[in-house]
Design a protein around this ligand. Structure first.
Ligand code: NAD
Ligand code: UFG
Length: 346
C-alpha cells in the first residue's frame, strides 16, 4: 500500500510540484494548506495532473486541534514534508511577529502533533539564506551559518535549531533539512507553477511578466558588484529537480535505523549565474527580447552564492537533470498558460 505523506503548504509553489513528484513515485500525498499564499485551483490542477483523488485539508498548521484531526482521519502518516511558512523577505522586516508566529508556530505545532502520533520522519524547507554572504564559494553544509539578514531568514535558522534540539529529546524524530537555493520554472504540463501575488519580488516571475507585457521593464538591481559582469550571482534550480530532492530525502530517512537524527543538505545545481546571464539565457530559450534597465542595488542582497552539492549527490543519490534553459522555457510556458486562463476568465 502507498505510504501517506503529509505535505504542509502543498498548494504552494514548491509544495505543489513536490505533490506531483510524490504521486509519480507511488506515494499517497495528503495536502494541507490554509491558502494564505495559494489558490484552491492548484488542488484541482494537481488532481488532473496526477489522476489521483489527493485528500486536501484547508486548515492552519498552527492550529493543534485541526492538525490532530488530519492525523486521525487521513490514515497513518508515514512522514511529513513541511513547506507551510510565510516567505516574503521584505514583509518579514515590516511585520516580523507575523513571521515568528507563523513559521515557528507551524513547525512547533506540527512536531507536537507528530510526537503524539508516533510519526518520526520530517523533511523541512530551509534556505541558503542561512549562509548570508559566505567567505568562500561554493558553500558546503559545513559553511558556518551567519546572523540572518531578515526576520524571515532568522525563522529558517531558528527552525533548524528547534529541529536539532528536538532530535536530542526522547521523542522519535528523524529530520532532513533541505537548504534550497533559488527555485525557478514550472511543471512541464504548465498546470502548476509559481503564482506570485501582486508585483513579483523574485527575478524570474518579473522576467516572465515583463516578457508578457504585464510589467514595462525589468530593473536589474545593481551592476557594480564584485562579479564578472557586475550583477549578483545565484544558483537557480528547476523546481521539478528541487521537488525530486524531497523524494530522495524521504527515502534517506526511511533507510536510517539508528534512531533520532538530524541532517542537512544543500539543494542547488552547483552553478552560479548572474542576473545578466539569466536575461540572456531567457532570451535565447524563448526568442523574446527582454526590456531592462539598470537600477540601484536592492538593500539586503547577497553579492554571490552557489552551492556545493557533493553531499546531496553522495548521500541522497540526487542531482539535477534539468538545464537553466529548460527552467526558463518552462517558466515562460507557465506565464503564457496563466495569461490564457485569465483570458478565459478561469
Ligand atoms: P509558497 O508561499 O508558494 O508556499 C507556501 C504555502 O504554505 C502556501 O500555499 C501557503 O498558503 C501555505 N501556508 C503558509 N502558512 C501556513 C499555515 N500556517 N498553515 C497552512 N498553510 C500555510 O512558498 P514556496 O516558494 O513554495 O516555499 C515553500 C517553502 O520553501 C517555505 O517554507 C519557504 O520559506 C521555503 N523556501 C522557499 C524559497 C523560494 O525561493 N521559493 C527558497 C528557500 C526556502
Ligand atoms: N533581481 C533583479 N531584479 C528584480 C528581482 C531580482 O535584479 O526585479 C536580482 C536580485 O537583486 C538578485 C537576483 O535577481 O540578485 C535574485 O533575486 P530573487 O529575489 O529572485 O532571489 P533572492 O536570491 O534574493 O531570494 C530568494 C528568495 C528568498 C530566499 C533566498 C535564499 O526570494 O526567500 O532566495 O533562499 F531567502
Amino acid at each position: 500500500m502507498s505510504k501517506n505523506i503529509l505535505v504542509t503548504g502543498g498548494a504552494g509553489y514548491i509544495g505543489s510540484h513536490t505533490v506531483a513528484e510524490l504521486a509519480a513515485a507511488g506515494y499517497a500525498p495528503v495536502i494541507l494548506d490554509n491558502l494564505s499564499n495559494s489558490h484552491v485551483s492548484v488542488i484541482d490542477n494537481l488532481r488532473a495532473l496526477t489522476g489521483q483523488e489527493l485528500p486536501f485539508f484547508e486548515l492552519d498548521c498552527t492550529d493543534p486541534k485541526a492538525l490532530n484531526e488530519v492525523f486521525v482521519t487521513a490514515g497513518p502518516i508515514a512522514g511529513v514534508i513541511h513547506f507551510a511558512a510565510d516567505k516574503a523577505v521584505g514583509e518579514s522586516v515590516s511585520d516580523p511577529l507575523k513571521y515568528y508566529r507563523n513559521n515557528l508556530g507551524s513547525l512547533i505545532t506540527l512536531l507536537e502533533t507528530m510526537r503524539a502520533h508516533d510519526c518520526a520522519d520530517i523533511v523541512f524547507s530551509s534556505s541558503c539564506t542561512v549562509y548570508g554572504q559566505p567567505e568562500t564559494l561554493p558553500v558546503t553544509e559545513e559553511t558556518p551559518r551567519k546572523e540572518a539578514e531578515s526576520p524571515y531568514g532568522n525563522t529558517k535558522k531558528i527552525c533548524e535549531d528547534i529541529l536539532m534540539d528536538h532530535v536530542k529529546s526522547q521523542a522519535p524524530i528523524k529530520c532532513v533539512a533541505l537548504r534550497y537555493f533559488n527555485p525557478i520554472g514550472a511543471h512541464p504540463s504548465a498546470l502548476i507553477g509559481e503564482l506570485p501575488l501582486g508585483i513579483p519580488n523574485n527575478l524570474v516571475p518579473f522576467v516572465t511578466q515583463t516578457a508578457a507585457g504585464i510589467r514595462e521593464q525589468l530593473t536589474v538591481f545593481g551592476n557594480d558588484y564584485n562579479t564578472p559582469d557586475g550583477t549578483c550571482i545565484r544558483d537557480y534550480i528547476h523546481v521539478v529537480d528541487l521537488a525530486t530532492a524531497h523524494i530522495r530525502a524521504l527515502q534517506y530517512l526511511d533507510n536510517q535505523d539508528t534512531g533520532n537524527f538530524f541532517d542537512v543538505f544543500n539543494v542547488g545545481t552547483g552553478q552560479g549565474n548572474s542576473v545578466f546571464e539569466i536575461i540572456k539565457a531567457f532570451e535565447a530559450a524563448t526568442g523574446m527580447t527582454l526590456k531592462h534597465k539598470i537600477g540601484p542595488r536592492r538593500k539586503g542582497d547577497i553579492e554571490k552564492i552557489f552551492a556545493n552539492v557533493d553531499k546531496s549527490a553522495k548521500l541522497l543519490d540526487w542531482s539535477t537533470t534539468r538545464s537553466l534553459s529548460d527552467a526558463l522555457k518552462s517558466a515562460w510556458e507557465w506565464q503564457k498558460a496563466l495569461g490564457a486562463r485569465e483570458k478565459r476568465g478561469e
